[in-house]
Ligand binder design. Structure first.
Ligand code: NIG
Ligand code: FE
Length: 412
């Protein structure tokens, strides 16, 4: 056992509802707080002084200076296993080129597929781990990672095996998702329906056999897969035992309905979701995930996060870090910016990147600091937790604890 503290403010995020709006006044903030840790889990969060009195024989890890502490962050949507770079797509978009024109001149998702297929396992592992370490340096200790730049049996399995291997090199929790239904690859002969059948028959059984992912994702959009074929695909994937998540309503509304109808764990993007679809989604158990990094990368509008929360939905916020639409990767900056445009409270943003995004990944063992939860937490050198979002990502984390151990080696 170990006591860590004192923290000027210990923001536990405990006892908050999974869904709906939140005000900062609802946050439990323990002044001069401490955490008692037992076997990598929180045994008790409370006053540092009182913990020391109550547990006089327990080792104490003193924190220097004024720091605030809160649960570590959970990024529930990334594509950080990829080869190549799409800076030219970014430049072309900003010069006014359309998605189709960019794809026709060799850019778009297909270009990342080619670079990812060409990359060796070692190269992919190395760059994926570099991105994981960047996310850890932001205080993110649970990271979802999608395949989706392989798009055939060998290359989808290659990506998922790399993600599995990456897990053995990091203390962060990695949650792999099979996104073989990202796009019909240009070298597939047959319709998009046939391709989805190929994913069901040839890829998902192997993913299951090798235990490479428990989740399946699809991109439902005019340029990718159509609603009806997607629904059929998702129900079959569900029958195979996979949890479902969907790239929904990014440019056109409608697919978040499918996500809800198939009982998806989350519907992500939602930039184009129509008001009646927000109501439908907000009444369901499906987490609505905003991806402000994609809005910033593409210059598109933000997910209607305010409306989702006001309609009592479950709002998570994730980075969508990928080489095309969301190259930044800084979830804290993105979530802070989303807050300014969507008028979100600090509590709503923090909930969206901790216990609410953890719920989308079935990781209910984390995201708050209370008895029994995983002792993953972050500290910032400041006296007020509101400074974290106020500084929009420029206030950097001081320590990142995973199961009670500081994993961050700071360079300065
Ligand atoms: O989440 N929308 C589809 N997929 C990704 C983009 C992937 C890419 O452009 O490489 C997204 O935005
Ligand atoms: Fe995505």
């Amino acid at each position: 056992m170990k006591i860590i503290g004192p923290f000027k403010q210990l923001v536990t995020l405990a006892n908050l509802p999974l869904r709906g709006k939140l005000s900062d006044g609802e946050l439990e903030i323990i002044a001069d707080g401490g955490i008692l840790i037992n076997d990598g889990k929180v045994e008790k969060a409370g006053s540092f002084q009182k913990l020391k009195v109550e547990f006089p024989n327990v080792e104490v890890d003193e924190i220097a200076g004024e720091q605030v502490c809160l649960p570590a962050f959970v990024d529930s949507h990334t594509h950080i296993c990829f080869g190549g770079n799409r800076a030219n797509d970014f430049a072309m978009r900003n010069a006014g080129k359309t998605y189709l024109e960019i794809a026709e001149t060799g850019g778009g998702i297909w270009s990342s597929v080619q670079h990812t297929r060409e990359a060796s396992d070692e190269q992919l592992l190395k760059t994926t781990l570099e991105r994981i370490n960047f996310l850890i340096s932001l205080g993110i200790t649970s990271i979802e990672i999608k395949s989706g730049y392989g798009l055939d049996v060998d290359n989808e399995l290659k990506m998922l095996r790399v993600i599995k291997k990456a897990q053995s090199f990091t203390k962060a929790t990695l949650v792999p998702t099979c996104l073989a239904a990202h796009l019909k690859p240009k070298d597939f002969e047959g319709s998009s329906e046939k391709y989805l059948q190929y994913v069901l028959d040839e890829i998902l059984p192997k993913v299951k056999e090798e235990n490479l992912a428990k989740r399946v994702d699809i991109f439902i959009e005019k340029s990718a897969f159509l609603p009806e074929e997607s629904k059929y695909f998702l129900l079959k994937a569900k029958d195979l035992g996979f949890d479902i998540t969907v790239h929904a309503d990014q440019f056109t509304s409608g697919s978040s309905r499918i996500a809800v109808e198939v009982g998806a764990k989350s519907a992500d993007h939602l930039e184009a979701t129509a008001d009646e679809d927000i109501e439908f989604l907000a009444k369901s158990e499906t987490v609505a995930t905003a991806l402000p990094g994609a809005s910033l990368g593409l210059g598109e509008k933000f997910t209607p996060a305010r409306k989702i929360l006001d309609a009592n939905g479950i709002l998570a916020i994730a980075s969508d870090w990928n080489p095309g639409s969301a190259p930044m990767g800084n979830l804290i900056t993105q979530a802070s910016i989303l807050a300014t445009f969507e008028k979100l409270s600090t509590a709503e943003v923090l909930a969206g990147i901790t216990f609410r995004s953890a719920f989308a990944l079935n990781l209910e063992d984390r995201g708050t600091l209370e008895k029994g939860k995983k002792a993953d937490f972050v500290t910032f050198k400041t006296d007020n937790f509101q400074n974290i979002l106020y500084q929009q990502g420029s206030l950097q984390v001081e320590c990142v604890f995973i199961e009670g151990e500081n994993v961050l080696v700071k360079k300065n």
